[in-house]
Design a protein around this ligand. Structure first.
Ligand SMILES: [Zn+2]
Length: 500
């Protein structure tokens, strides 16, 4: 056992080093690397990918994992969980026919440019043949990876969010359909009155950056173990607790965009920075799942960052940064502006209230084309029909409809639901946190220190060393319960819209 464990640790050291190379080069490609470098860099990365694949499928290593898996009850908790995760990945790899897998990777490589062209021209038929192949592969994938308990769409869902399947998601989205859809329809009919004279004005990017850096400090992001830079699309990436990097994009005509991405990405970053340092040497560093990661970014972005207390505390600073643009605007005006609910076509631009309905639509479609009879040819029509049902409007073209997201072009089917799950988990954590500490008071103190501390203790420190369901139970004493989310949204938006 000791020998096996030592050998395993040697392999793990190498795997981590390869992961580091991938992290640093993908960060570089997305931020500083000149466009012309991509081709040569890709050639080097091919070698790295091959080598890393070779190590992770090495017979000695696989045997090692199997041995440890058989005796996992004798391992410490973190290693046991780690071995269980790797065992699952390895057996999945074994069950996918190699030529099919390679063919699929090639398909995905060519799918992105085709998708972009289809989106630019609003021509779904251009993307149709590729998307058909992607869907077909994913249906086959469900067959190859099925287990006694996981079949069909559940296989894909579980891959993105372990232990969450149609059982949880159906109940979740049924609740949204029943309670939230009518509430949204009623709310968007009302008009939110406030002074919006700053909308459309120019906000200097350099000053936006100053304000985002101020917010980053309010949130106690550790600058000695992280950086904030710029990129086309904001993201967070990291390697362990001591190297966490986030990006923002500054739009001069839309000051709130960079602010909320800074808060969102810093939320992701805090989750990484606040994990137990001992996880750095393991494959259990990083978030426990996509949904749990999103729960942290959305907790800070929406529940903290879009609260009245937050803007009553920090709006004066924003106004000092942009005295001309924000002349005569109050904290309440700004608060209303960043929470205004409206039915719009694009998911990424949606407000906090209507956002989950965009996800519900995608979930229903995926469920229908993986487990049901929905054909790829009928996607646009199906999309528009559901869209009308939930939002009462029809997209003018497929670019603002079925073609708006890149996920399916990347083969990510089963990914979308984790976004809404993240928001719901955030609300559940918020309910529990509010029973322990005075969250409003913490926000008004000018720093999120106490809030960070609560999340570190109950969520962050575990990293990826437990399943997300287990962490949620530890943090809240309950299983996933979407009632908190619906209650939170209805309360927030009723207060907001009935205030006048
Ligand atoms: Zn995010």
């Amino acid at each position: 056992m000791t020998d096996t464990l030592n050998l395993y640790k040697q392999y793990r050291r190498k795997i981590l080093a390869y992961k580091y190379v991938n992290f640093i080069s993908s960060w570089d490609l997305q931020t500083e690397a000149p466009d012309g470098s991509v081709e040569n860099t890709s050639r080097q990365l091919e070698v790295i990918t091959e080598e890393s694949y070779r190590i992770q499928t090495d017979e000695k290593y696989v045997k090692c994992v199997e041995k440890l898996y058989a005796e996992r009850d004798k391992l410490d908790e973190v290693t046991a969980h780690e071995v269980e995760k790797i065992k699952k990945e390895l057996s999945q790899l074994k069950n996918i026919p190699k030529d099919e897998y390679i063919g699929y990777q090639q398909l995905l490589n060519k799918s992105y440019p085709v998708y972009v062209k289809a989106k630019q021209t609003g021509n779904f038929r251009l993307f149709l043949p590729v998307l058909k192949e992607i869907v077909l592969f994913n249906k086959k994938l469900c067959k190859w990876l099925e287990t006694d308990t996981l079949k069909g769409y559940d296989v894909l869902l579980d891959n993105y969010e372990p232990q969450y399947t149609t059982k949880e998601y159906d109940a979740f989205f049924d609740l949204l359909r029943k309670k939230l859809v009518p509430f949204v329809k009623e709310t968007v009919r009302k008009k939110l009155k406030y002074n919006d004279s700053f909308v459309g004005k120019q906000f200097d990017a350099g000053r936006q950056k100053q304000f985002c850096e101020y917010i980053r400090d309010v949130m106690c992001f550790d600058k000695t173990r992280g950086v904030m830079k710029e990129s086309e699309h904001p993201f967070t990436s990291g390697f362990g607790t001591d190297d966490v990097r986030i990006t923002v994009h500054y739009y001069p005509e839309m000051v709130e965009s960079a602010i909320f991405s800074a808060i969102h990405e810093t939320g992701h970053a805090l989750y990484e920075q606040q994990q137990d340092k001992c996880l750095n040497e393991t494959l259990c560093c990083g978030g426990a799942s996509l949904g749990l990661h999103e729960s942290q970014s959305r907790f800070y972005e929406n529940i903290i960052g879009r609260s009245l207390a937050f803007w009553q505390t920090h709006f004066p600073r924003l106004q000092q940064t942009f005295p001309e643009q924000l002349e005569g605007i109050t904290a309440t005006d700004f608060y209303k502006h960043v929470n205004k609910a409206q039915c719009s076509f694009i998911r990424v631009d949606a407000d906090e209230l209507t956002y989950p309905l965009h996800i519900m639509l995608r979930y229903e479609m995926e469920r229908e084309f993986i487990d049901g009879n929905l054909q790829v040819e009928d996607f646009p029509e199906y999309w528009n029909k559901l869209f009308y049902e939930y939002f009462g409007i029809t997209p003018p073209d497929d670019s603002s409809g079925v073609l708006q997201d890149v996920h399916w072009a990347y083969g990510n089917i089963g990914y979308f639901p984790t976004y809404a799950l993240g928001s719901a988990i955030a609300s559940q954590l918020y309910a529990k946190m509010s029973s322990d500490i005075d969250v409003d008071k913490c926000i008004r103190s000018g720093s999120t220190f106490e809030i960070n501390k609560w999340l570190k203790e109950r969520v962050h420190r575990y990293g990826d060393s437990k399943y997300p369901k287990e962490i949620l139970r530890i943090a809240t004493g309950e299983d996933f319960n979407p009632d908190y989310y619906v209650e939170y949204l209805i309360k927030k938006y009723s207060d907001l819209y009935n205030a006048d």
